[in-house]
Design a protein around this ligand. Structure first.
Ligand SMILES: Nc1ncnc2c1ncn2[C@@H]1O[C@H](COP(=O)(O)OP(=O)(O)OP(=O)(O)O)[C@@H](O)[C@H]1O
Ligand SMILES: [Mg+2]
Length: 499
């Protein structure tokens, strides 16, 4: 039979749909055609594959070669199908045995010499191949990403010749050495570096425990950026599937992945000059933006009012839904974007409004306009809002206080509190649905009345009411025990709210 089928994977957003490569050899004038609406890059594959096969000491069929990449409607760019096409041609001409082709997938670009070149953004394909229970052969140059998947499911090869030798049973292909996740050093800065700022540190801990969004407001040089940078160090480590998801997005945007730190939550701090596309993703073949790169981690927007209003408004939707849909004429891509937002800002353009030691040079109008750049609806989505005042210089030089815990200690408390939330509702408190909220934060009559009157006086929205309940739940969880939400917790939660 002169028909052979091999399997490969395309790339679409963070998905990696399967592509079936069918190769048929027939009589007629020698020619090669590739169908299945491939883009220009795949047509170039024809020449690469022919020369690579010849340079691997096989014969390129002197017949009519038809290659079909199905399904036709998928985007198929890049040289990632070269290996699957070459193997299909060799199998159709009976130059390599077919037995192992059925339960295996192939990804890799061929050099003219027959060597395999790395495929960018390979991780989503590796994850999907593993889920489908098939092994996948990839270029050795992709070993770092393959190591995250572990041994057994992924095989590495240097060249087409090596893959053919393996198919014929003449040689073995090795898998990647699996990364040692647990010996990962706790990289990143430590909470111990921060002096004073008890309230801000407490808010950071609550934010970490419940996954709440946080806004830090204070004059220049008081430690806002320092605090935000220390959040990933006190967050619980990602689960394997969370880490794989986050890595898949990084892999798509072509970023290097350090296997030592891959369980650490991402921390993305885009500059305020970043465009809407850089922030939420886009482009003609859609790529993930900063909010997706911060998936399962932290998105830090320093100098929040300096971001363009338009850019901030596009954040509102993903903040609520945890994903972003990018529509293009031809297709739609969805990228996950469940990030924790941490923002920092000065209280006014000069930075010193409310500072007892510095005179503020801004007019009330300037202050108003500065704060007005952050819309009410965005502010409404931020659960915790804290002042970060100046620290007396004497405190900076002082020894560590009894309440100055290091990141590892804080992280233990955070993990304990998160576990309670996970046991109760299977999700962090910040994500509690309204139904679960009523169940998990049931308030005694007196507390409920007290909260309602306080909120009515402040003119709070319904969303604010629910958000305060979620924060109060986290504060109660951090306290230890299995306690219910009490008035003290509600009062603290209310204190972190801006209206
Ligand atoms: N609470 C603090 N404890 C120890 N060092 C601090 C503290 N606050 C500020 N510093 C010192 O000041 C430097 C600047 O802090 P940081 O960048 O966090 O300030 P900021 O509040 O973000 O200021 P800006 O509003 O200008 O962005 C830090 O690198 C650190 O050396
Ligand atoms: Mg700063």
């Amino acid at each position: 039979m002169s028909l052979a089928v091999t399997l490969s994977r395309a790339q679409e957003g963070v998905a990696a749909p399967q592509v079936v490569v069918e190769v048929h050899l027939s009589g007629g004038l020698p020619s090669t055609s590739i169908v299945g609406l491939p883009e220009a890059a795949v047509r170039e594959a024809r020449d690469r594959v022919r020369v690579a096969i010849q340079n691997t000491a096989f014969e390129y069929p002197n017949r009519r070669v038809t290659v079909n990449l199905a399904p036709a409607e998928l985007p198929k760019d890049g040289g990632r199908f070269d290996l699957a096409i070459a193997l299909g041609i060799l199998a159709a001409g009976s130059q390599v045995p077919r037995e192992r082709l059925d339960d295996c997938e192939f990804l890799g670009e061929l050099a003219l010499s027959g060597e395999l070149r790395a495929v960018p953004g390979i991780l989503p394909a590796l994850i999907r191949a593993r889920r489908s229970g098939r092994r996948i052969v990839v270029p050795r140059a992709n070993a770092a990403e393959a190591a995250l998947i572990g041994e057994g499911d992924v095989l590495l090869a240097d060249s087409l010749a090596e893959v053919c030798a393996w198919l014929s049973g003449q040689a073995d292909l090795a898998g990647p050495e699996s990364a040692d996740f647990y010996s990962m050093p706790s990289c990143g800065p430590d909470m111990l570096d921060i002096r004073g700022q008890l309230q801000a540190r407490r808010a950071l801990e609550i934010a970490a425990a419940g996954g709440h969004h946080l806004l830090l407001i204070g004059p220049p040089g008081t430690g806002k950026t320092m605090l935000a940078e220390r959040l990933p160090g006190i967050l619980p480590p990602m689960t394997e599937s969370e880490a794989l998801e986050s890595c898949a997005i990084r892999s798509l945007s072509g970023e290097d992945i350090d296997p030592r730190c891959w369980r650490r939550r991402p921390f993305r701090a885009p500059h305020h000059t970043a465009s809407g596309v850089a922030l939420v993703g886009g482009g003609s073949s859609p790529r993930p933006g900063e909010i997706s790169l911060a998936h399962n981690g932290v998105l830090f927007l320093d100098e929040l009012p300096e971001f363009s209003r338009h850019v901030l408004e596009v954040l509102r939707e993903p903040l609520e839904s945890g994903r972003i849909v990018i529509s293009r004429a031809a297709r739609q891509s969805t990228f996950p974007a469940e990030f924790q937002l941490v923002a920092a800002m000065n209280p006014c353009p000069c930075g010193y409004a409310g500072d007892p030691l510095h005179e503020c040079r801004c007019t009330p109008d300037q202050v108003q306009r500065y704060r007005g750049r952050i819309s009410g609806p965005l502010l409404d989505r931020i659960d915790l809002c804290v002042e970060v005042p100046r620290v007396p210089i004497a405190d900076l030089a002082a020894a560590r206080g009894p309440h100055d815990d290091d990141s590892a200690t804080v992280r233990q408390r955070v993990i304990a509190a998160r576990e309670k939330a996970l046991l109760r509702a299977g999700q962090a408190n910040a994500e509690l649905s309204v139904v679960n909220l009523e169940r998990d934060c049931a308030l005694p009559h007196a507390e409920r009345e007290w909260l309602q009157t306080s909120l009515d006086k402040l003119g709070a929205s319904a969303r604010a009411y629910h958000r305060i309940l979620r924060v109060a739940r986290t504060i109660a969880d951090l306290e230890g025990g299995t306690g219910c939400v009490e008035q003290g917790h509600l009062a603290e939660a209310l204190h972190y709210r801006r209206f």
